[in-house]
Design a protein around this ligand. Structure first.
Ligand SMILES: [Zn+2]
Length: 246
């Protein structure tokens, strides 16, 4: 029975931490209400009514009751568990954790159902992904576009001169021409920017094919994507540090 003021939503668990004796705070990225921090009371007791449902990588149908600081999780039904294929694979697990961190970090603005949908989509793909870091980059490029600050990948971000260009500068907004190129820009192979564009459009297969022939492209795609994300999101993304390979 729903209490007055309570509401239902879909939500992915992005983080949990223990609270009081038997409770846990669950940080949820909801579809319609952005990030919601909710207490799951008694969840750590053996006979909790939540069972093991409240965990990372699960998509839930939740019943929430708003509170001053923390909402209360009144009900949670599993819609889908995406953990299999992820939790037993270190690279997928770390990339999936980074996806959740990015989602939480970007969710502070107006709630946008597209963010929730991008997370669910990315977790589903991650379960079988042959290139977890590329899947993470595809997610980051997608949500940057949703947020309105996707990198420019063809025309110069400063003067709009058509590309392809050989430099990338996150603070300028992405690709930059040789005239606008500020100090500290990355030197890039224009093919890498083209692959990032394909990735942001959902063409993973083409990107994977190119990356098999040129494995260094994967590293460059990740470096540029993360640099752009870090510059514009201003959020701490500890899981991403695992993939920083110089
Ligand atoms: Zn320019």
């Amino acid at each position: 029975m729903a209490r007055r003021g309570s509401y239902r939503d879909r939500a992915v668990v992005v983080r949990t931490y223990d609270f009081a004796e038997a409770d846990r705070v669950v940080v949820l990225l909801t579809r319609e209400h952005g990030v919601v921090r909710a207490v799951a009371r008694g969840v750590r007791r053996a006979k909790s009514r939540f069972g093991s449902r409240v965990q990372l990588f699960v998509d839930l149908d939740v019943l929430l009751y708003p509170g001053a600081n923390l909402a209360t999780l009144s009900g949670a039904d599993t819609v889908h568990f995406y953990g299999s294929g992820i939790i037993e694979d270190y690279e997928r697990y770390t990339a999936a954790c980074a996806i959740l961190e990015i989602a939480e970090g970007l969710a502070h603005a107006d709630p946008d159902p597209r963010l929730y949908e991008a997370v669910v989509d990315a977790l589903a793909r991650m379960q079988h992904s042959p290139e977890p870091v590329l899947e993470l980059d595809a997610f980051a490029l997608t949500v940057m576009r949703v947020s309105g600050w996707a990198p420019q990948l063809f025309a110069c971000a400063q003067c709009n001169a058509p590309g392809p260009h050989h430099s990338f500068h996150p603070a300028s907004g992405g690709a930059v021409c040789s005239h606008c190129r500020p100090p500290g820009s990355f030197d890039v192979d224009p093919e890498v920017l083209h692959l990032m564009w394909l990735l942001s459009e959902g063409h993973r297969g083409m990107v994977l094919g190119a990356a098999r022939a040129h494995p260094e492209y994967l590293h460059q795609i990740h470096r540029l994507t993360v640099s752009h994300l870090r510059w514009h999101a201003e959020v701490r993304l500890p899981s991403l540090a695992i993939f920083d390979r110089g």
